[in-house]
Design a protein around this ligand. Structure first.
Ligand code: F6P
Ligand code: MN
Length: 372
């Protein structure tokens, strides 16, 4: 059944209407999930406003501005910006009160957060990166929020026992829903509740997200890739091979020219790829053996991976499907490759054939930009 079946012709459904239509597929659904999604949407609208106010939200004076760092460092050793903390607080405040959640976990909190005593406890877990790409905030480049919804273990719901971090360590294939908000020239919310990927644009006049991009599909092939090339000396051979082959362009083994992009806001890169295809790589590399990748599994790689797969794309560590990885810790880092299916599968193939010599022209094999 198409999601828009019951809407009038020419009418754009709101997020609320869309969720109600989706819920009709599950006659037994309680409505908790939809209410949670609307709370998440409200948190994103509130963060969008804070982001859009920019410097105006602060009194004039040195060091008071939007991009300023706090003196706090998160569990990953990254300096927290004021807006990181504010966005985290907004997510917590707007989603914990209603009785839909059993707990929350976020990039900005060392451990999971239980629902405070006195508030009702529900069956879902919410995992989020409240402000992805926040190192871009002071240069006015798009940032976003990423979220993932899991079910709390049934036995924890039934017994009411306190949650542990381990309850959150579920593979991405268990996600009930995932999505992101993008705070760009327009504010968008892009979600999947397991039935395709749908994009909504915030209509500021009525304060509603309107369905503007139904049933997004990532094209299987692309001529665009995204990677932080300053790390090239740390890349493993399969990644070097892939990038070298792209750089070799029309006269190289791929037989076509590629374009490169790097925004350094993963959520913005994911959005570009959902709109027009492409491949994003923040692979495991040899920079710091203690860090198997840069991005985090539970609240970055898994939700974006869920959206990619739901849109016909693919997400991988390079060695296995991202959604099959069983997490071992809340803030686990992982190599992340996602986007157009044929490109991601090609990179996986290069990982399986590490010994095979690249199929490149000698010129590029010897003097390739990113080759040792
Ligand atoms: O949250 C991490 C993040 O900001 C991503 O949004 C982005 O892709 C990445 O870090 C950028 O990393 P780098 O600074 O290495 O380019
Ligand atoms: Mn992030």
């Amino acid at each position: 059944m198409p999601a828009t079946q019951h809407y009038r012709d020419g009418q754009r459904p709101t997020l609320t209407q869309f969720l109600i239509e989706q819920r009709r597929r599950y006659p037994g659904a309680s409505g908790d999930f939809n209410a949670l999604m609307l709370d998440v949407a409200l948190a994103c609208k509130t963060i969008a406003r804070a982001v859009a106010r920019g410097e105006l939200a602060y009194a004039p004076g040195a060091g008071s501005g939007v991009g300023t760092s706090t003196d706090q460092v998160n569990v990953q050793g990254e300096v927290q910006k004021k807006l990181d903390i504010l966005s985290n607080d907004i997510f917590i405040r707007m989603t914990e009160w209603a009785g839909h959640l059993a707990g929350q976990a976020s990039e900005e909190m060392d451990e999971h957060r239980a629902i405070p005593d006195g508030l009702p406890r529900g069956k879902y877990l919410l995992v989020f990166d409240p402000l992805d790409g926040s190192s871009n905030i002071d240069v006015n480049v798009s940032v976003g929020s990423i979220f993932s919804v899991l079910r709390a273990p049934q036995e924890a719901i039934d017994s009411g026992r306190p949650l542990t971090d381990a309850d959150f360590l579920q593979p991405g294939s268990s996600q009930v829903a995932a999505g992101y908000a993008l705070y760009g020239p327009t504010t968008m919310l892009v979600i999947s509740v397991g039935n395709g990927v749908h994009g909504f644009t915030l209509d500021h006049d009525v304060g509603e997200f309107m369905l503007t991009h139904p049933a997004l599909q990532v094209p299987p092939d692309t001529q665009e890739f995204a990677i932080n090339a300053s790390n090239s000396r740390f890349w493993e051979p399969p990644i070097k091979r892939f990038v070298d082959e792209c750089m070799a362009g029309q006269t190289g083994p791929r037989g076509k020219d590629f374009n490169m992009r790097w925004i350094a806001s993963m959520v913005a890169e994911a959005h570009r790829i959902l709109m027009r295809g492409g491949v994003f790589m923040y692979p495991r590399d040899l920079k710091d053996p203690a860090k198997p990748g840069r991005l985090r599994l539970l609240y970055e790689a898994n939700p974006i991976g869920f959206l990619m797969e739901q849109a016909g794309g693919r997400a991988s560590t390079g060695r296995q499907a991202m959604l099959g990885v069983v997490p071992t810790s809340l803030h686990q880092r992982i190599g992340l490759i996602f986007g157009s299916k044929n490109e991601v599968e090609r990179i996986e193939r290069y990982h399986r054939e590490p010994q095979e010599q690249p199929d490149t022209e000698p010129l590029f094999a010897v003097r390739g930009l990113f080759r040792d």
